[in-house]
Every structure is written in structure tokens, then in C-alpha cells.
Design a protein around this ligand. Structure first.
Ligand SMILES: Cc1ncc(COP(=O)(O)O)c(C=O)c1O
Length: 379
């Protein structure tokens, strides 16, 4: 049989409790989604999408440089530039493609790419496929970063990449220290704020939260599929950089533009985010409450102030077992296993949303307590 490795690879995954399968999301209390503000089902976003579809149709029917780019896209890009303080922005269909676009079109053979070890797979993949030399520094370890940057002069250009809020740990990078190091070593700085935009600083993101100006950061990438509740992403940068991407980035040039109706819905999400400030307050109360209650129950979470509250189980099989027990009580918390997270750190990635009530969190706490004791994963 051709491609004999396929069955073998799947068998090996299963033997290590790492086989990935898709389940049509069951009904239940969802503590695994990235819908941090609870906007994915917001009636105003739905109505905006419907109105957008009535005006523009359901698809964009072309790539942005041919006929796919229309007024809705242009307006959204302008709004995002105003909001973030960058000169220019560019829409992408996903954060994955935005990261491919950035790393592959900006880096050349004689360049250095430096990434936090816990950066998202889309950044790692793009880095490996780019012709640059990629080095990774230990998670949030500024001394290690400095050590790597000490050899910066051996390379033509250098690009330093970190997340604002880390997707699997929920902690944050020290952006002002990282920006200072980037400046000191003449490196560009890219911040992937997929989990910070729409979440921290009233949704304005990690750069604003950490009191940096847009001019301290060369490239900013954030997504619409998480706190904003829709899908897609944008890159913010100087106009020349955006013009360069429009000319040389294949994921941008050779892909059908985001449906305009979706851009209309994202535009509305930005308005709702600004208007419904209670969402941020409520989300923060849920986070504080959940953390305190876990502490009272001896449930140890990673130190995170964001809606991402990871509970490390360690062993992949045990993580699956706890997740299954929670599901039996109607609570959806997926187990996240290697290689998405480092070996030995399989976890429940618990996420909170402004759509949850305190009573929902109480149900989660009770179910967790039972599932963890039953599974004897306290160590
Ligand atoms: C940090 C980070 N960057 C990029 C992405 C990719 O974004 P998207 O889901 O829009 O492709 C994700 C999530 O999937 C992410 O967590």
C-alpha cells in the first residue's frame, strides 16, 4: 500500500493517548471556547452579518487584489488603525495565514528570527518554513532572550516574536522589556495578540495595556475569532509594511478575500465591545471568583489573570479521563495534549466567558472537584 506510514502514525498516536479526533461540539456548559466576551451569538453581530449579506452577498467572489476588496473591508481596516494607533492595517482570513504571510514574506536567508518557545504553532511553522535562522528563547525568559540577541550582529535583519497573552498558559509577556531589548539590538518586534485583543485593557490589547505606543512595536497581529466572536485576523504596521505585504505576501494575494458581510459583523463587534463595558467587568469578576474558589479547594491553576485558566494534569490519558468525567456532568472542558503543549503538561484549558454566570462557574467548580478526586490526579 502506498503511504503505509499513515496507519502506523495513527496507531502510534493512539498508543500514547495523543490521537486527535473531532467531536461535533456537544451541548453543555462550554468552558473551552475562545469566545471570551460572549459575542459569537450576540444578536447585533448576527443582524450586522445578515445586513452585510443583503448588501454584498455571502461571498467576496475574488481575491483582494482582483475584485474581493470592498468598502466594508476598507472601513474596517481604517477603524482598526484608529483603534490600535498604527498607520495602516490589513485583513486576513485567519490568524494562521496572517502569521504565514508575515514571517515568510519579511524574512530572508541571512536574517534571524527569535521566538518565545511557547509561541503558537502558526508562528513556529511559518518560522521553520521561512529561510531565516530561527532561535527560540525559554518562555518569558528575558535573560535567555538577551543571550540569543547578543549574536544579532551575525545576521542582516532580526525579528523578535512573542504573544501578548499566551494561548495555552494564559500568562503575559513583559512587552516593555521585550520592546526595549528589540530596540537595543536593532530587531523588529512582532506581537501576536490573538488572546489579548478584545480581552485586556477594555479590549484594546496588550500593547496599550502595557503602556507602549504603536511606534514601539513594528508589527501587531490580532484575530477576530476569539474575543471578537467572529473569525479572521488583521496585521497592523506602518503603511509601507502593509503595502509590502499587499505586493509580496502570497497568503494575502492568492486567497479569496474575507466575505464583506463578515467584515460588517466584525465592525459591529468592535462597537459592541466599546459599548458593553459590563462584559469586561463581569469577565474579570468571574476570573477572580474562579481562581479564589480553586485555591480554597486546593485546585492549582497556572498563574494567569486572563480568561485562560489552565489546570495542568500532566499525563495525557488522565487529562482525557478528567475531561470525559466533566462531560458526563454536562461540562465541556477539552483536554489539551502534546504537541500543542509541551510533553508532560497535558492540561484542561479552562476558559471563561462574559456569557457565563457565577452559577455556571459554581457548577464547573463542583464538577472539577469531583472529577479530580475521583481521578486521583492531585499530586
Ligand atoms: C496565538 C495565536 N496566534 C494565531 C492563531 C491563529 O488564529 P486563527 O484561529 O484565526 O487562524 C491562534 C489560534 O488559533 C493563536 O492562539
Amino acid at each position: 500500500m502506498a503511504f503505509e506510514f499513515i496507519q502506523q502514525a495513527l496507531t502510534e498516536q493512539a498508543a500514547q493517548a495523543l490521537l486527535r479526533t473531532r467531536a461535533v461540539s456537544p451541548h453543555g456548559l462550554n468552558f473551552s471556547s475562545n469566545d471570551y466576551l460572549g459575542l459569537a451569538t450576540h444578536p447585533e453581530l448576527i443582524a450586522a452579518w445578515q445586513a452585510g449579506a443583503n448588501e454584498y452577498g455571502v461571498g467576496s467572489a475574488g481575491s483582494p487584489l482582483v475584485t474581493g476588496y470592498c468598502r466594508a473591508h476598507a472601513q474596517l481596516e481604517e477603524k482598526l488603525a484608529d483603534l490600535t494607533g498604527f498607520e495602516s492595517t490589513l485583513l486576513f482570513n485567519s490568524g494562521y495565514s496572517a502569521n504565514q504571510a508575515l514571517l515568510k514574506s519579511l524574512l530572508s536567508k541571512d536574517d534571524l528570527l527569535v521566538q518565545d518557545k511557547l509561541n503558537h504553532a502558526s508562528l513556529m511553522e511559518a518560522g521553520s518554513l521561512s529561510p531565516a535562522t530561527m532561535k527560540r528563547f525559554k518562555h518569558n525568559d528575558l535573560a535567555h532572550l538577551q543571550q540569543i540577541l547578543a549574536n544579532r550582529s551575525e545576521y542582516e535583519n532580526a525579528l523578535l516574536v512573542t504573544e501578548g497573552v499566551f494561548s495555552m498558559d494564559g500568562d503575559q509577556a513583559n512587552l516593555s522589556a521585550i520592546a526595549a531589548l528589540a530596540k537595543q539590538h536593532d530587531a523588529w518586534l512582532l506581537i501576536d495578540d490573538a488572546h489579548g485583543f478584545g480581552v485586556v485593557e477594555q479590549g484594546l490589547g496588550s500593547v496599550k495595556q502595557q503602556n507602549l505606543a504603536a511606534s514601539d512595536v513594528d508589527l501587531y497581529m490580532a484575530t477576530f475569532g476569539k474575543a471578537l466572536g467572529v473569525s479572521g485576523a488583521f496585521v497592523a504596521a506602518d503603511k509601507a509594511v502593509v503595502d509590502y505585504l499587499v505586493n509580496f505576501s502570497k497568503p494575502y494575494i492568492y486567497s479569496t478575500a474575507m466575505p464583506a458581510a463578515m467584515a460588517v459583523s466584525i465592525d459591529k463587534a468592535l462597537d459592541v465591545m466599546a459599548e458593553e463595558q459590563w462584559r469586561f467587568m463581569h469577565l474579570n469578576s468571574l476570573i477572580n471568583y474562579f481562581r479564589h474558589q480553586c485555591q480554597a479547594r486546593n485546585i492549582t491553576l497556572l498563574p494567569s489573570l486572563s480568561p485562560i485558566q489552565p489546570l495542568i494534569i500532566g499525563n495525557a490519558l488522565q487529562a482525557l479521563a478528567v475531561s470525559e468525567k466533566l462531560l458526563q456532568r454536562g461540562i465541556l472542558v477539552k483536554a489539551i495534549r502534546p504537541p500543542t503543549v509541551p510533553k508532560g503538561s497535558a492540561r484542561l484549558r479552562i476558559t471563561l466567558s462574559a456569557n457565563h454566570t457565577m452559577a455556571d462557574v459554581d457548577l464547573l467548580l463542583a464538577a472539577l472537584q469531583e472529577a479530580l478526586v475521583g481521578g486521583s490526579v492531585y499530586e
